[in-house]
Design a protein around this ligand. Sequence first.
Ligand code: SAM
Ligand code: SF4
Length: 487
Amino acid sequence: MAGTFDISLDSLAGRSVPAEDVSSECLSDSLQPIRKDRKAPKTAPCATGMRDGATFFLETFGCQMNDHDSEKVAGVLLSRGYRQVESPDAASLVLYNTCSIREKAAQKVFSRLGEYRTKQAAGQVIGVLGCVAQQEGEEIFARAPWVSLVCGSASYRKLPELLAQVEAGHQRVTGLNNDTDETFETPVTRRDNPWRAYLTIIEGCDKACAYCVVPFTRGPERSRASDSVLKEVRELADLGYSEVQLLGQTVNSYADPSSRRMRFSELLLAVADVPGMRRVRFTTSHPRDFGADIVAALESQPKLCNHVHLPVQSGSTKVLRGMVRTYTRDEYLEKIAMLRKAKRPIAITTDIIVGFPGETEADFAETLSLLEEVQYDALFSFKYSPRPNTPSLSMPDAISEEEKSRRLAVLQEKQRGIQSKRNASMINTMFEVLVSGKSRRENQWSGHTSCHRVINFTSQEQNLLGTYVQVLVTGAGPNSLAGEQVT
Ligand code: SAM
Ligand code: SF4
């Protein structure tokens, strides 16, 4: 409906919002922090029988990029004849795909490894994948000698050969190079969601934000050729997926390595043109590379979801400079103005870090005033967490944990008020919803709107999962909407 939009406040790409120090892990719907440890969703079928009887358990920590990497790792294993199981006790290979964006996330992995030590069965192989693997490298063997495989995401191309070494009984197998210019494409991807597919179009990051481990753990930026992206989107449509989410730490820095040299905005339009695709999302966008051509694409093509996640990190130009974010508050606000002027209403969400070294009370007040000015639809907020190898580790004027917690609480309270008002203004508005959940309560369903807001709604109809329905909003809280299906 004109003049409104919809955004998932309580489940943006699987994350809880707003969260107190959403305590883990990377991409936004900002390649982003998801606060959960996810186990295998269901038992997957055995593929080729190459490894008769071999089973794997894969637990994922962190962002959507890790989720999707896990889907691809599962594809590699299934094509080697492994069968996926739901419990580590039942697996011959136990893999943890890890996150190190904040200290708590990284610690969680070591506590999981510690917990598992006593349970490890004879012959069972344990592997650590992802950002903690890349960051800690062989140190993991010293801290957890029962681990046999350590592999960072930039080396996943080599997974089949690393697995072959593990299968041959090698005790210390590593894949830690991150100087590759290859992306991780697999012939088989075992996707968790039957309607929405993740698709990584750019891996790694060439930015150098002073607080961030991603450039160290995921390696340099590598974009996937547009032809290969589009081929996979067509395959997804043929498989019945109607929504695709293009992923990258800085998705809009996409640089087509093929001779077509497609711009990111052109790729968005080409993906939306694939018959059968009904919704296209992308995350995370970096403000510096966010141009008018992307807004024009969103205006012209309704299949492009009307939501942009544009992490600001701080409202203070001084802090942004310390963070090496490469834009000022005013430059960021120019991007917001561009989005607000779009012909379609576009929901805007962001990430904010509180307590970066040297952040004064006045700097923090600027962040609060930015919230007031922008009126974000959702916010992912984090306490600054010092990370290994990053420039901010040695910066003076650290903020105490107590003060960081206080600022986080103030920030979240402010955002809660903004969301309450924005949501209340949506009552009596109609949204198209992709139905993705059925409650145990009779006639209760849930789904996502174009801007990824979750709506819980009632309907007398059956078999709605995976379909698109019209829902009238009848109630709103700070974090979600309620409604009823309109036929
Ligand atoms: N590439 C995205 C961007 O530039 O905005 C962000 C990806 S990052 C993996 C997800 C979010 O984690 C960041 O936007 C930031 O808010 C948060 N984050 C990253 N490093 C952090 C740190 N050291 N402490 C606290 N939060 C951090
Ligand atoms: Fe990290 Fe900055 Fe790259 Fe985002 S742009 S992944 S915050 S270095």
